[in-house]
Design a protein around this ligand. Structure first.
Ligand code: PEP
Ligand code: MG
Length: 320
């Protein structure tokens, strides 16, 4: 089976009926980059920059960050790389940045909220990304985590507009859709956000009010809940209608039921862990989009995640 999968490495990620679906890799550190050579993703759909910050004893300065981002861009040699801005707080603490005690950290000062409260860190990171872009001569894609209000994207856009002419770098700016608020108001970000990427891990926990790390809730935490699927489908449709590129970088994209339903929703790209690239490509290449779209229409009307999972499993054993 391994040999058969390896034969897919240089074949395009497209459905049986010929629709291209970009297949990107998630990465968190330099250690992930050599893995990419073995599977040839179309790009990196989520580079989790917080690991650079968490692995250092103190805040990395702008030159250190610039060199790091430039190496990532060089390794991908022209393929798109989406850098997520520092996503600190909740499950990802930063040892050297003071953080107040919070009784609900997942509903607290995390992601863009933390960055707007630490404008020096935000500016430094944006500047380093743009300097890396200028030095390598490649466009960077910058993605904002934990967005729930347009004011947050407006604030990042303003800083970026000021930095770009100074650095000579090129950037696209996008938002993660990790909160139901962001999913339901995607249209309000037209002109502010060039692309969206669904963070299905967080979107699921915030939609179902089920902590993604609490094993007592593992039966409730399910991306296949129709409420979560409807949010993803409507965010994708609205973003496409506004001319934004659409991607997803949460774990759901790498599970067979996720790959099928997300392809049916019309996402331009799926970003999965490097180890899941070839299996995901094999599934995409076996997929008839019209059949997947019929399945999607049916499951969106089902009452719960168990029935969606059952219906999707039956589809997989029939079709894939
Ligand atoms: C997500 O929330 O789906 C996501 C990709 O971000 P993280 O898992 O790092 O929170
Ligand atoms: Mg997240």
């Amino acid at each position: 089976k391994r040999i058969a999968l390896e034969a897919l490495r240089d074949l395009p990620s497209q459905t049986l009926c010929g629709r291209r679906i970009g297949l990107y890799a998630n990465a968190g550190s330099m250690k992930d980059l050599p893995l990419l050579g073995a599977v040839h993703p179309d790009g990196v759909g989520l580079f989790r920059t917080e690991f650079l910050f968490m692995e250092q004893p103190s805040l990395p300065d702008v030159p250190t960050q610039t060199a790091f981002y430039a190496r990532v861009l060089e390794t991908l040699s022209g393929r798109p790389v989406v850098f997520r801005l520092l996503d600190i707080g909740a499950d990802k603490p930063l040892p050297y940045a003071p953080h107040p005690h919070e009784s609900n950290p997942f509903l607290g000062w995390r992601g863009i909220r933390f960055l707007l409260g630490n404008p020096g860190i935000l500016r430094g990171q944006l500047e380093a990304l743009l300097l890396a872009s200028a030095s390598v001569g490649a466009e960077v894609r910058i993605m904002v985590p934990m967005v729930s209000n347009v004011s947050e994207m407006r604030a990042v856009r303003e800083i970026l507009d000021e930095i770009i002419p100074r650095t000579g770098g090129r950037a696209l700016l996008g938002m993660m859709v990790e909160t139901p608020a962001a999913a339901l108001t995607v249209r309000s970000y037209k002109g502010l956000s060039d692309f969206i990427s669904i963070g299905s891990n967080d979107l699921t926990q915030y939609t179902l009010a089920a902590d993604r790390e609490n094993s007592l809730l593992s039966g409730l935490y399910a991306e296949t809940h129709p409420a979560v699927l409807r949010l993803m489908a409507s965010a994708c449709r609205d973003a496409r209608e506004c001319g934004m590129e659409t991607g997803i970088c949460g774990e759901f994209a790498s599970r067979p039921e996720g790959t099928i339903l997300l392809a049916a929703m019309g996402f331009d790209e799926l970003s999965v862990s490097p180890s899941a690239i070839l299996e995901t490509k094999a599934l995409i290449r076996s997929l008839r989009l019209s059949a997947a779209q019929e399945l999607l229409a049916r499951v969106l009307e089902l009452p719960d995640s168990a029935s969606v999972a059952g219906e999707t499993a039956a589809f997989i054993s029939r079709e894939a």
